[in-house]
Design a protein around this ligand. Structure first.
Ligand SMILES: *[C@@H]1O[C@H](CO)[C@@H](O)[C@H](O)[C@H]1NC(C)=O
Ligand SMILES: *[C@@H]1O[C@H](CO)[C@@H](O)[C@H](O)[C@H]1NC(C)=O
Length: 216
């Protein structure tokens, strides 16, 4: 008799109903705080993992990012102190990376005097692969245009000059770094080296500096 009264009693006792609903509210509240605590915990883990992997990637990128090659003129000589005379030159190309090789397409060279092209060499170098920490030299020569003196030639008609400056050697190619994880796209490379010769027709020391290099 007692058990049957207790099973039917809650439906008829507003007091017990209130307690029940309060218990339900408390249970839901506890559930909510538990859920939000777990959510916060998971969020924290995800953010920590993201932060740590971001830092690792940044350090790897700093350590592995490719450095551009460095060019400089190692020689540039004029057979006569006249910009139209034959010119020969050599360029040193250094890959400063310790573990990244560079693929080059053919390198085209042009020589300018006072912004006027005096000669060009369509494939100064064929396509090649430059290993890491390697220096490669390219040599080129142009015949000159045979004119002695003439327009743009300094010192024409007066005494011989003791130097001729205003030359520029330009190299154009496409390069690609040999990195397997990222940056395998090709870059259009443009190198520009200023040049001037002294009375002996040889490159002046002040032009033995690093050439400018641009990418597009
Ligand atoms: C890079 O090459 C130069 C000579 O070309 C050599 O002296 C140097 O030890 C090399 N460095 C590395 C890290 O291989
Ligand atoms: C640079 O690489 C080229 C081609 O692999 C090689 O012939 C040359 O000896 C290397 N130069 C140096 C200094 O390692």
């Amino acid at each position: 008799m007692a058990s049957s009264s207790s099973s039917s009693a809650p439906h008829h006792h507003p007091h017990l109903d209130r307690i029940r609903s309060q218990v339900a509210v408390h249970a839901r509240r506890f559930q909510d705080t538990l859920t939000s605590r777990i959510a916060r915990y998971v969020c924290g883990i995800v953010l920590t993992v993201l932060l740590v992997s971001g830092i690792i990637f940044f350090i790897l990128w700093l350590a592995l990012r490719p450095h551009r090659p460095r060019f400089h003129l190692s020689s540039f000589s004029l057979s006569a102190l006249n910009p139209n005379s034959p010119i020969s030159f050599s360029v040193l190309d250094r890959n400063p990376n310790h573990n990244i090789g560079i693929f080059y397409d053919a390198i085209d060279a042009s020589i300018f005097f006072m912004d006027r092209e005096v000669g060009s060499i369509p494939a100064l170098s064929p396509p090649f692969y430059q290993p890491a920490n390697n220096t490669t030299e390219f040599r080129g020569a142009i015949p000159g245009n045979g004119a002695s003196g003439g327009e743009g030639s300094p010192g024409a008609g007066s005494q011989a000059p003791d130097r001729v400056t205003g030359f520029r050697v330009e190299l154009k190619s496409w390069i690609r770094f040999k990195v397997t994880t990222f940056d395998t796209q090709r870059h259009k490379m443009h190198v520009s080296c200023d040049a001037g010769v002294g009375a002996d027709g040889q490159l002046l020391p002040e032009f033995r500096r690093r050439c400018s290099i641009y990418f597009f």
